[in-house]
Design a protein. Structure first.
Length: 270
């Protein structure tokens, strides 16, 4: 084959590879910024859909959460509530995780981010199993042993404990693991998988907020209560002074708990 023909074929092959590389790099789907925006849009859409479901099925959701329905029904409502309340509050961490993954594994960043999100929600689903067990125990105690007044006092005690937990060292440690920058968290490691990091982030997030979720039960599982708790969690993660947000919420919960207990006592009479 003549030398000129080899050069010609080599040039055509080089141009073809260069064209393919340019087309790949200019594709919007492969651009990190586009993937990050798409991730945020999907998170907000899932959260909006969950809030829409909760608002449109408010009565059914309250019944599923407060009364003794089937475990699967309870867990489905719990997962929807978790998506509505936690995805917006954890969105910044998800985007921070994606940003780090783009640097480390650019071809897998988008998929790794959603593995991380899925593992995070999986841990909240596991927490829902524990919540269901607690609800059934409380229902049995109320129906068999506790008077209505005592049940109200128990609800006030839950609010009181939830408020005091806001001042605890455990709350502070878990909250520090739920805030950015992501490289300051102990669970984020170069060698850890996205699944493992998502599970660990979920554990710390549950440790930070489990009593806030428990406070929803004596508050009646209303949409208003869910919205208030969501705002508290968002303020703790996003506000410049997270301790101030936690302490303010703690004071409010303690006051609500005390008022509920006192009001129940006053109904007993002399």
């Amino acid at each position: 084959m003549p030398l000129s023909e080899k050069w010609k074929r080599g040039f055509i092959a080089f141009r073809s590879r260069a064209t393919q590389g340019t087309a790949k790099s200019t594709s919007p789907l492969d651009h990190p910024s586009f993937q990050r925006v798409l991730t945020l849009i999907l998170l907000m859409e899932f959260a909006f859909a969950a809030w829409t479901f909760l608002v449109s099925h408010n009565h059914a959701t309250e019944m599923a959460m407060v009364t003794g329905l089937r475990a699967m029904h309870f867990l489905m409502d719990w997962v929807v509530m978790t998506v509505a309340m936690m995805l917006p509050t954890a969105a910044v961490m998800f985007l921070a995780f994606n940003k780090v993954q783009v640097v480390r594994h650019p071809d897998e960043a988008f998929g790794s981010t959603w593995v991380f999100v899925t593992a995070y929600l999986l841990m909240w689903a596991v927490a829902g199993i524990a919540a269901y067990a607690g609800v059934r125990v409380a229902e049995t105690a109320v129906s068999n042993a506790l008077s209505p007044v005592t049940a109200v006092q128990l609800g006030g005690a839950v609010l009181l404990v939830a408020g005091l937990y806001q001042f605890s060292p455990v709350k502070e440690i878990c909250l520090s693991e739920c805030r950015t920058p992501i490289d300051k968290t102990t669970w984020h490691r170069d060698t850890a998988s996205s699944l493992r990091m998502g599970l660990l982030h979920g554990v710390y997030c549950i440790g930070c907020n489990w009593l806030l979720f428990a406070a929803l039960f004596p508050l009646g599982m209303s949409i208003e209560a869910m919205a208030i708790i969501s705002l508290i969690i968002l303020a703790e993660k996003m506000a410049p002074w997270p301790r101030a947000a936690s302490y303010t919420a703690g004071v409010g919960l303690v006051l609500c708990g005390v008022l509920l207990i006192v009001s129940a006592i006053s109904t007993i009479g002399p």
